[in-house]
Design a protein around this ligand. Structure first.
Ligand code: AMP
Ligand code: ZN
Length: 112
């Protein structure tokens, strides 16, 4: 499958990794939108949040279980924001589910 995040997960495309285990990977976003901007992905290809199921949600839960550790490792001691863009209305540009971890400055209250 021609998926850029699958290629990052299997090492075909380099990334600046900040956390990795057998199920998930966290790496720096190429075009950061905050002083800290990390992407957290499951290694397994899940296209988007529409495809989360009871079966594959264990890896999504695992991502959330690791978020505190990843956030602290990036020096985020005053809060952070987690964003998932799903589909065209949300401007999802890479069709391998990912969670943006943003922080390092005071952010606006707006989501849209
Ligand atoms: P989204 O718009 O939610 O699909 O987010 C995709 C994100 O992936 C964007 O913030 C891009 O900057 C980021 N991105 C795309 N290609 C790479 C890459 N090779 N390494 C790191 N981040 C990337
Ligand atoms: Zn993929």
């Amino acid at each position: 499958m021609d998926c850029i995040f699958c290629k990052i997960a299997n090492g075909e495309i380099p990334s600046q990794k900040v956390y990795e285990d057998d199920k998930i990977l966290a790496f720096k976003d190429l075009a950061p939108q905050a002083p800290v901007h990390i992407l957290i992905i499951p290694k397994e290809h899940i296209k988007w949040a529409y495809d989360i199921t009871e079966e594959n949600s264990t890896v999504i839960a695992h991502i959330f279980a690791k978020i505190p550790e990843i956030a602290k490792s990036q020096g985020l001691k005053n809060g952070f924001r987690i964003i998932n863009n799903c589909g065209d209305d949300a401007c999802q540009s890479v069709h391998h589910i990912h969670f943006h971890l943003l922080g390092g400055e005071k952010m606006s209250e707006s989501f849209a």
